[in-house]
Ligand binder design. Structure first.
Ligand code: GTP
Length: 324
């Protein structure tokens, strides 16, 4: 699993924590992915880390036991890109890596049927199989066109064109031979450098229907939060009310309004007359009297001054939002 990126589109949330370790609703994002993998019989997950690996490790403490899968950490000395990271991890693992393995982007909340993907790959006896997910607007994703038998005809990385299509879900089954296409020690992208070379030569795709959301932007991070809390994706999270999760020790004044849609992390306080809606407040945030927070994500320790109005904001750790 690739977890070494800097998550620039989620800054400032990701200035101090890697995107895969960022809390989504009530747990580090990767917990959802590891539980999904474990649910499909995966017993060992290798995390290809780069950016802030120690923060990632600390965030996932206890996850092995919870999910029932072993977690191994491999740390790149410098970012090697999505393919370079796979090659580096494979070299570190040596004989421990099977001839056939899964490779995944570490920022996808999903319940897609991995078993179906593995089955298709085995039946077709191919080199690489990409999971595809249908979207209305494919502009921000890698668009994949495939033939009747699943063979990939064209692989287009982020077209910018707002057309519906089947996009690369960031979930792959690979044969070890793919590693030979990745030069060692160099920054190489699997989407841009490796898959295009496999078109017509063993690159297959399989459309999988189900839930899929890449949490890489603030808008999608919020959407994923509501999807979890409104039950559109199956997780172990237990909402306080539909669309709402308030941590047991969060404190909401009687005259304050929380929701529709809100996450209040541990230690958050919402003072009298304040309103929080369609927003996620991570640990220890304080919303002052009569302040309004809407459509926003607040990193741990943010303080919103009394009377302040905050809309569509992403606020960094321990910042203070002044009124007016
Ligand atoms: P942005 O900077 O916002 O694009 O996010 P990102 O850095 O996460 O990049 P992107 O979403 O394209 O990456 C997809 C997945 O690959 C994420 O799970 C990243 O953590 C991971 N990833 C990207 N580049 C590298 C890398 O050089 N090394 C490793 N190990 N993982 C990477």
């Amino acid at each position: 699993m690739l977890v070494g990126g800097e998550g620039t589109r989620l800054r400032p949330l990701t200035e101090w924590i890697p995107k895969p370790a960022l809390t989504l609703v009530d747990r580090p994002f990767l917990a959802y992915m590891i539980e999904w993998l474990a649910g499909h019989g995966v017993t060992e997950v290798v995390l290809a880390c780069g950016f802030l690996p120690d923060v990632l490790r600390a965030a996932l403490a206890g996850e092995e036991e919870r999910a029932g899968a072993k977690i191994r950490y491999v740390v790149e000395p410098e970012p090697l890109g999505t393919a370079g990271a796979i090659r580096f991890a494979a070299e570190e693992l040596g004989e421990d890596l099977d001839d056939r393995f899964l490779a995944l982007n570490g920022d996808v909340l999903t319940d897609l049927d991995l078993a179906a993907l593995l089955r298709a790959h085995a039946e077709r006896g191919t080199t690489a199989t990409i999971a595809l997910h249908p979207v209305e607007d494919s502009s921000a994703y890698g668009l994949v066109r495939s033939g009747e038998g699943g063979e990939v005809l064209e692989f287009l990385e982020k077209t910018g064109e707002r057309a519906p299509g089947e996009v690369n879900a960031g979930i792959y089954v690979l044969e070890r031979s793919v590693l030979d296409l990745i030069p060692p020690g160099e920054s190489v992208s699997i989407e841009r450098d490796v898959f295009p070379r496999l078109v017509g030569d063993g690159l297959q795709a399989l459309r999988l229907d189900g839930y899929w959301m890449d949490i890489g932007t603030p808008e999608r991070y919020l959407r994923a939060s509501w999807d979890i809390l409104e039950g559109r994706v199956e997780t172990r999270v237990g909402p306080t009310a539909p669309g709402i999760l308030v941590a047991a020790d969060a404190n909401v004044a009687e005259s304050a309004t929380v929701g529709p849609r809100a996450v209040l992390g541990p230690g958050c306080r919402v003072r009298s007359g304040a309103e929080v809606r369609e927003s996620v407040l991570l640990d220890g945030c304080v919303v002052g009297e009569n302040a309004h927070v809407a459509g926003s994500i607040l990193s741990p320790g943010v303080e919103v001054a009394p009377g302040a109005i905050l809309g569509g904001a992403v606020v960094g750790r321990d910042e203070r939002v002044p009124a007016g």
